[in-house]
Design a protein around this ligand. Structure first.
Ligand SMILES: Cc1cc2nc3c(=O)[nH]c(=O)nc-3n(C[C@H](O)[C@H](O)[C@H](O)COP(=O)(O)OP(=O)(O)OC[C@H]3O[C@@H](n4cnc5c(N)ncnc54)[C@H](O)[C@@H]3O)c2cc1C
Length: 476
């Protein structure tokens, strides 16, 4: 069994540590932030200083795929989260387009709704219960490395690839057979790699991205508003998330373009923020709750970015892998981060079962292949979504309509899903990364039905306020 150092004790790192410890590996987690989460849910929300997770108090909902994977591989984690108050919710049921009833099999659309601080706190308790060592206040500052193994075959035969043999922290070094970077979206991995002579390229969907303007509320009676509501609505240059959470809390989150200066200036103001929320039909009732965040929380630059660390022909480095956000971040509006991260951790465990750590080139090459085959397309589809949606927002701001054929097809599928519950199931299954969902979308009957709606979508003028109406509402 291997000595494994996992960097980062947030959900991604803890899930990875738990999965690898299940296989008997000796796992140590190093975490930059010093304080463990309070076990009291409300204190974890209001008091826990956690600069290492900038998005801790931002709107979160894991995809249904995350819950499926967690129930199959980390049932204690799901139990602990549920006991702490996370709510099992079916993502089909609240959709206004869903014409029930829920059928056998629809439980695949279940997920756990909770504030991120509750998920973190529960995961910490489960990791501690499993005997995982967490070194808090111990930031990784760099990598230890040796010349590394020769690449056994291929054009560059005889070349050596650096082998990471541990990490450096202020307290000294920690040796490892494998270092797993789970330090998230702000991972310093590219500079650590450069310091040992390894270049690491980055692939981005665009420089701009989205900005979240979010608030959490608690309903007076501890229940959600009873009307049906879409979890996400995209309208013109603004979007709205309505996301239930634990203990009667829920989040309202406006989404704009990060370079939309007019919105950025205005939406800091409480009254303007509420006025913008009210532009979405039915959302005004959600403003009746008691705020549990102090004002609007703003996070900008939310985009897709992937580190091209994994070359399936020739590894750049061995003895080290990056998992979850440290490998790739995706735009959060589609909520894929936690599901992709857990899938990535599982791929690492499966790869380690096949290769062990004694053959470092084999390990990183097989992990590169698994990452490409299982998550590469998901990343690319998410980056394509971001480009289209930003272009649509640009067009709306300019008073025009974005008419890209791929985007129109996506809109036609969304329109069909509003009219036909089976199409809604197919569309939601793909959005929640459920197994087999892409094949269902490609089925001829569904594809033809989408094609028939394309002319209607092309003629369609999107409902809702114009850009001028939006600006008037937030400035009055
Ligand atoms: C605004 C926003 C909303 C989101 N909404 C959703 C959603 O609804 N659904 C969803 O599935 N995903 C969502 N995501 C994505 C999700 O938050 C991430 O996928 C998830 O946080 C990844 O977890 P992680 O543990 O890999 O990284 P992080 O949560 O970023 O944690 C990284 C950890 O590494 C530690 N660390 C950093 N540097 C070092 C170092 N040098 N040494 C040691 N430790 C270090 C940090 O302190 C932290 O504990 C959202 C993201 C954002 C930004």
């Amino acid at each position: 069994m291997a000595r494994i150092v996992v960097l980062g004790a947030a959900l991604g790192g803890l899930q990875t540590a738990l999965l690898l410890a299940q296989d008997g590996h000796e796992v140590t987690v190093l975490e930059r932030d010093p304080r463990p989460p309070p076990s009291d849910t409300e204190l974890a929300w209001s008091q826990w200083p956690r600069p290492g997770i900038a998005q801790l108090r931002q709107t979160h909902l894991p995809l249904a795929r995350w819950l499926q994977l967690a129930e199959a591989h980390l049932p204690d984690l799901v139990r602990e989260m549920t006991e702490a108050g996370a709510v099992r919710m079916n993502v089909l049921a609240p959709e206004p387009a869903f014409h029930g009833p829920l059928l056998a099999g629809d439980e695949r659309f279940d997920t756990l709704a909770a504030r991120r601080s509750l998920l973190e706190s529960a995961a910490t308790r489960v990791a501690q219960g499993a005997g995982i060592r967490i070194g808090r206040g111990t930031a990784c500052r760099g990598l230890r490395s040796s010349r590394g193994p020769r690449i056994p075959s291929g054009g560059a035969s005889g070349d050596r690839v650096p082998l990471v043999t541990g990490v450096e922290t202020h307290a000294g070094g920690t040796a490892a057979d494998l270092v797993v970077d789970c330090t998230g979206r702000r991972s310093q991995l590219p500079s650590w790699l450069r310091a040992i002579g390894v270049p690491c390229a980055v692939d981005e969907s665009g420089r701009r991205g989205f900005t979240y303007y979010s608030q959490y509320f608690r309903s007076a009676d501890g229940a959600m508003p009873t009307d049906r509501f879409p979890l996400v609505v995209e309208h013109g240059s603004l979007g709205l998330l309505r996301i239930p959470a634990d203990h009667g809390t829920y989040s309202l989150c406006l989404i704009g373009r990060s370079d939309d200066q007019q919105l950025r200036r205005a939406l800091r103001n409480e009254r303007a923020w509420s006025a913008a929320v009210r532009l979405f039909p039915g959302a005004d009732r959600w403003l009746d709750g008691r705020p549990v965040t102090d004002g609007t929380r703003i996070m900008a630059g939310l985009t897709d970015r992937r580190r091209l660390l994994y070359d399936t022909q020739r590894p750049l480095v061995t003895g080290l892998v990056a998992v979850g956000d440290a490998w790739a971040i995706t735009t959060p509006t589609v909520g894929r981060g936690l599901a992709m991260s857990l899938r990535h951790s599982l791929l690492l465990r499966e790869t380690l079962r096949r290769t062990g750590t004694a053959h470092p080139v084999e390990l990183v090459t097989r992990f590169a292949e698994a990452t490409r085959d299982s998550l590469g397309r998901v990343y690319e589809r998410t980056a394509a979504y971001t480009r289209h949606r930003l272009a649509e927002m640009d067009a709306h701001t300019a008073g025009t309509v974005y008419r890209n054929p791929d985007w129109i097809r996506a809109k036609a599928l969304a329109l069909l899903a509003r009219r036909d519950t089976d199409a809604l199931r197919a569309e939601r299954a793909a959005a929640h990364l459920l197994p087999g969902a892409r094949d269902v979308l490609r089925a001829p009957a569904l594809a033809d039905a989408v094609t028939r709606l394309v002319p209607e979508v092309e003629q369609h003028v999107p409902p809702g306020p114009s850009r001028a109406d939006l600006l008037k509402a937030i400035h009055s």
